[in-house]
Write a protein that binds this ligand. Structure first.
Ligand SMILES: [Zn+2]
Ligand SMILES: [Zn+2]
Length: 615
């Protein structure tokens, strides 16, 4: 499936919940209209209206599903011919007419057998398949099949659980955006359907703002900029896994180094654990049973292994390698481990949805009385790290779900400490009641990028039972008694791949000086200036700056244009006059011409700017 469409910043991607594996293409997933807010309900309602229009225009169209998504909606269809951009106009016109008639959405419930017959009669095999799945599941569970609920507006009827707006007239200004292929149930062995993406907003202004943002986002698409800036590339031989070019790897290392220094200041120790691990570990952690579809498995000498999808369980082997005293805690193990998750090929997207990635992961083992201080330190670290990029983090705090494991008193205590630390940190946060994982309250961090898109980035989970209980972690308290520590799972960048994808788009490739892969480029005007250019480059490199010389045969104006395309922060043009005075007048990538400075003074100033680590 092409990744065309507005959903590139789906926030649900690859969070680090130990067991939150999506049930792929399940009937529940297919029936979920995605309408979790009023705006979503309007978006999903627009999908119904679009399906109505397509049924009118394309005889025999078969309906897939049509949920609300970030910024809009889609619907999947099986049609007798491929759609063209011209078709979208005709569908839009037909939709406008349906919205104009202000038809109410009416819910009907049918006994299961009648519901199935209804969709068989209308020759809608995908809907019938969903109903058959539900029936099979009810039978397996020994529960009665629920009635079939449909929604009707005008003469169009769809299998749906809702919710919708009251009538089609409540649907705001909309636009159809794109067509893409999408496998039925995300399964490449099933038919390829045609997916139409659309967007809809309460007001014309909001629609226009969104359309502008979308155009701008296309220009900033990190897959495109990755090629232009020579950072990374993707190849069919390794789906969902980036190939890092020298400049991209330099960017990566710069971010990693900054984080390592921060971690060192906060008392972290770095560890490294194997990537290929026997299934016994994954059975003990529960992944083998609950996460198996998301793991890559291998066999050797008749033994089964899995590539690690997360570092968590292995960190406990280091913890348990010796007896831990209350005085040893907190222990903070950082790990930049390479992780693999078997994401469906259809959902892979550049750097933001991948199969192989590295997190700035850490597992922190604390005594319960240390949790508050540790959280305060984590919030301070997070704000410092996001400050390097000029990003203001926002937190959500997901509290105890109904199916939580572990001692309720421990949950209460942990949640109280989290609240206190969040309040003290003075950062904005929102509570998501009962949205924690069953073993941990969790804090997720969001940022808005330059286009106002929200991204989920860091995550902090306070694991009360999973690692501590399943791996029997203990420390010896001051009375010589064994006690359970808590385990904090946290990644501040999250996955480095995803983080880099986000900042490439946020900065449109014009990275802050401190992390720009090339910070300055020396541009000799003519060949006779090449030696002096190399000399100036050496002065800059001597101050730790990442510098290049463009001694190609290009003309000066061309060299400047190329450097600007590469978004290099400083261009230093050298001709006879500058070399004579051992000076250079920097030109910024924004086009600003700065006054000439001596080479040493210039190198000191640029190195100072690079050290400051700020956007
Ligand atoms: Zn619906
Ligand atoms: Zn973990």
């Amino acid at each position: 499936m092409s990744a065309e469409g507005p959903a590139t910043h789906d926030v649900a991607d690859q969070t680090d919940d130990l067991f939150e594996a999506p049930e792929r293409g399940s009937a529940d997933e297919l029936l979920d209209a995605g309408a979790h807010s009023e705006l979503d309900a309007m978006r999903h309602s627009a999908a119904h209206v679009m399906a109505e229009a397509v049924m009118d225009l394309f005889a025999g169209a078969k309906l897939g599903i049509g949920p609300a998504i970030a910024d809009g909606f889609y619907y999947d269809f099986q049609l007798s011919r491929p759609l063209t951009p011209d078709d979208l106009g005709a569908i839009e016109e037909r939709m406008a007419a349906s919205i104009g008639s202000d038809n109410p959405f009416i819910r009907h419930e049918l006994p299961p057998a009648e519901g199935r017959a209804f969709f068989v009669e209308r020759d809608q095999p995908f809907k019938v398949e969903i109903l058959d799945d539900l029936a099979a599941r009810s039978e397996a569970a020994g529960t009665p099949m629920p009635p079939t609920s449909t929604y009707q507006h005008g003469s169009f009827v769809d299998l749906c659980k809702g919710p919708h707006v009251a009538s089609t007239g409540r649907i705001g200004p909309f636009k159809l955006l794109a067509v893409a292929g999408a496998y039925w149930r995300g399964d490449e062995r099933r038919p390829m359907l045609q997916r139409i993406y659309g967007t809809v907003w309460p007001t014309e202004d909001e629609l226009n703002t969104y359309l502008w943002r979308r155009e701008e986002a296309k220009k900033r698409d990190h897959r495109r900029l990755g090629v232009q800036l020579d950072l990374y590339s993707f190849h069919d031989i390794a789906p969902g896994s980036a190939f890092w070019h020298p400049k991209g790897q330099r960017l990566w290392r710069t971010l990693e180094t900054a984080m390592r220094e921060l971690q060192e200041r906060y008392g972290y120790a770095e560890v490294s654990t194997p990537m290929l691990v026997h299934k016994r570990l994954w059975q003990q952690s529960g992944h083998w049973d609950h996460y198996e579809l998301n793991m890559f498995r291998l066999e050797s000498e008749g033994q089964e292994f899995g590539l690690k999808p997360m570092n968590c369980p292995e960190s406990t082997f280091i913890y348990r390698s010796r007896v831990r005293s209350y005085r040893d805690l907190p222990l903070r193990f950082a790990e930049y481990g390479r992780l693999h998750r078997n994401e469906r090929s259809g959902v892979l997207h550049g750097l933001t949805r991948v199969r192989q990635f590295i997190q700035d992961d850490a597992h922190i083992f604390v005594r319960p009385d240390q949790l508050g201080d540790e959280l305060r330190a984590l919030f301070a670290m997070t704000r410092e790290a996001y400050g390097w990029f000029g990003l203001e983090p926002r937190f959500t705090f997901a509290t105890r779900p109904d199916d939580a494991l572990g001692d309720p008193a421990l949950w209460d205590r942990a949640e109280a400490l989290i609240r206190e630390a969040l309040d003290e940190a003075g950062t904005e946060y929102r509570i998501k009641p009962k949205d924690g994982t069953f073993y941990a309250p969790k804090i997720d961090l969001y940022v808005d990028d330059a286009l106002g898109r929200e991204w989920q980035m860091a995550t902090i989970q306070i694991d009360l039972v999973m690692l501590p209980e399943r791996f029997d972690l203990t420390y010896i308290d001051e009375h010589g008694q064994p006690q359970r520590p808590m385990a904090i799972h946290r990644a501040l960048y999250g996955s480095l791949e995803r983080f880099i994808g986000v900042i490439v788009e946020h900065f449109a490739g014009a990275f802050p000086m401190w992390c720009a892969p090339v910070q300055a480029i020396v541009i000799p005007i003519a060949d006779r200036h090449n030696d002096a250019a190399a000399e100036l480059a050496a002065v800059l490199a001597g101050r730790g700056l990442r510098v290049e010389v463009d001694d190609s045969a290009n003309r000066m104006q061309n060299k400047i244009r190329l450097a600007q395309e590469q978004k290099v922060p400083y261009m230093l043009v050298l001709g006879d006059r500058e070399i004579e005075a051992r000076s250079a007048a920097p030109r910024t990538r924004a086009g600003e011409q700065q006054p000439a400075e001596g080479w040493d003074a210039l190198a000191d100033r640029l190195a100072g700017e690079a050290r400051e680590r700020r956007a």
